[in-house]
Design a binder for this molecule. Sequence first.
Ligand code: OKP
Ligand code: ZN
Length: 386
Amino acid sequence: MPRAFCTSGGSGGGRASAHSGKMLGMPQPALGANQPKGFAMLTYYNHLHSDHEGKVEMFRGALVPCFEVPARVDRVLAELKKRKLGTVLPPNPFDDSALLGVHSQRYLDFLRDAWDDWVALDPANAKRDALPSVWPVRTLRSDVLPANFAARMGLFSMDAGSPLTDGTWDAARAGADCALSAALAVAGGKRAAFALTRPPGHHAGADFFGGYCFLNNAALAAQALREQGLERVAILDIDYHHGNGTQAIFYERADVYYTSIHGDPSTEFPFYLGYADELGAGAGLGFNRNWPLPRGSGFEVWHATLQQALQGIAEFGAQALVVSLGLDTFVGDPIAGFTLQTRDFLQVGADLARAGLPTVFVFEGGYAVADVGVNAVNVLEGFERG
Ligand code: OKP
Ligand code: ZN
């Protein structure tokens, strides 16, 4: 197996290594066959997204209502239809094996069964979200798989802010199908495609959930583009929060470049990753670039930073781009700290178009529900016009 395909690996336990051949579970052949071509945006909409609806998340010692709600995606879909921006399609179905280029088998097994296992602990749990409360931090073992479900929740998670519910697997799984469908459309000749899905993905690692994320949609899209034959794929993460999961998945790889503009992790979630000195490791050294900005930063500095991130992508020689499209950089976002305005998102889309790359957009954060539709579609419209 060529070095470039080796992945950074999780904490043991059957982490799948990405293979250089065709992706299992991918329809073959995909390149150029039966794929819609052309200019107008193609949106793959996760029709199962509202199956995932958490009630509460742990925040400062209290259980508070979830910020990551179904209305977020409903708003984007309504705005897309209102502005008639391209075509909206359901995703194509992929086998679970299509996830193994990014996620470990034992994590997928955990996630698929998690709700049933939670309810088996106590039938009363059927009315409650599942949240972890114990974690294997330094000195504790993460190589053993405990039989106790609460212990497994902690093993496969990074926070208590990401409720797992009855419909989480089905929603996340259909979201992965959206990301894979969008990647195949772009590999087949579309200029751009949009995976409109929730829960989001960029905090999810090879073998853990957290930050509202369960399956890493952007990583799945990038890996699918690689397996469709594009040799160098860039991921640009413009969510307010650093995409720790995506960075970790590709950290030791030279074939997928990850770059992110985000709130300084010293004060902002996910706190433990996303600093400027994280440049990649091993074969991946030089293929990771973070642009943390202080809480309170506005569009002028953000926009100048975007030009630097795009410069890095150009120097890398990317053949395709995956954009982790978070809209929580908006001034009105309730859980983030930048001050971008609605009109700025049109400019962002135009800047992304100037990169001149086939582009997969993957919906991530954005919690100002009343504004998230207009802000997201402004990026897409700015891109289409640019
Ligand atoms: C997910 B994505 C607020 C706590 C915030 C985690 C934030 C996850 C953001 N009560 N907890 O990057 O938009
Ligand atoms: Zn975010």
